[in-house]
Design a protein around this ligand. Structure first.
Ligand SMILES: CC(C)(COP(=O)(O)OP(=O)(O)OC[C@H]1O[C@@H](n2cnc3c(N)ncnc32)[C@H](O)[C@@H]1OP(=O)(O)O)[C@@H](O)C(=O)NCCC(=O)NCCS
Length: 163
């Protein structure tokens, strides 16, 4: 079944939280360690204004993935820069949904007037790194051993797309 990509609405927050929490508990893709509460994610959602889209992928009426371009920093000179996040529910991965979400959120960011998008990707997340290269991101460096999760020290690759 083909997934539909649409703008996220407030009532999607519990589903977005569930998908993110699954990744927190089972992957090193995010350096969060404790699951987020829905209340915390409601604040996160409300912090996304006109320049910072949040999109969801819906399949059979169920939210199965989401992507966002969040503020990179609250320091004003960074206001045309955003940071990309993308998460797909485990059993829906590798079916083209992540690519569709990334394409759509990047198009929305361009329309909103962003100048550049940054991603911080744990080294070894080959699927994410592949998709970022495919969608026009270039490698801008690696932060060495900045994370520790599941007993492992982790590097973070930085990637950037210019509009
Ligand atoms: C990363 C993630 C969002 C991608 O979503 P997805 O729906 O699984 O991705 P897609 O099916 O759209 O695309 C997967 C791509 O990776 C490729 N791929 C699959 N296995 C791969 C591997 N081992 N190495 C490199 N590329 C690989 C596929 O061929 C496909 O590329 P293509 O479109 O050029 O054919 C999803 O895997 C996920 O939620 N992972 C956990 C959270 C995460 O890592 N988020 C990103 C944080 S930066």
């Amino acid at each position: 079944m083909a997934s539909e990509i649409r703008k996220a609405v407030y009532t999607d927050v519990p589903a977005i939280t569930g998908i993110y929490n699954e990744a927190i508990l089972t992957t090193t893709a995010t350096f969060d360690i404790e699951p987020r509460t829905t209340a915390a994610q409601r604040k996160w959602f409300k912090a996304h204004g006109l320049k910072n889209p949040v999109l969801v992928a819906v399949e059979g009426g169920v939210v199965v993935g989401w992507a966002s371009l969040s503020e990179y920093s609250d320091r004003c000179a960074y206001s045309d820069t955003a940071e990309l996040s993308v998460y797909v529910k485990a059993k829906f991965r590798n079916q083209g949904i992540g690519r569709k979400l990334m394409e759509a959120v990047l198009a929305a960011g361009k329309k909103a007037g962003l100048h550049t998008v940054i991603s911080r990707i744990v080294s070894g997340n080959d699927v994410s790194i592949h998709l970022h290269h495919e969608l026009g991101f270039t490698d801008i460096g690696t932060m060495k051993e900045v994370g520790r999760k599941f007993g492992q020290l982790l590097d973070v690759d930085l990637m950037q797309k210019m509009y």
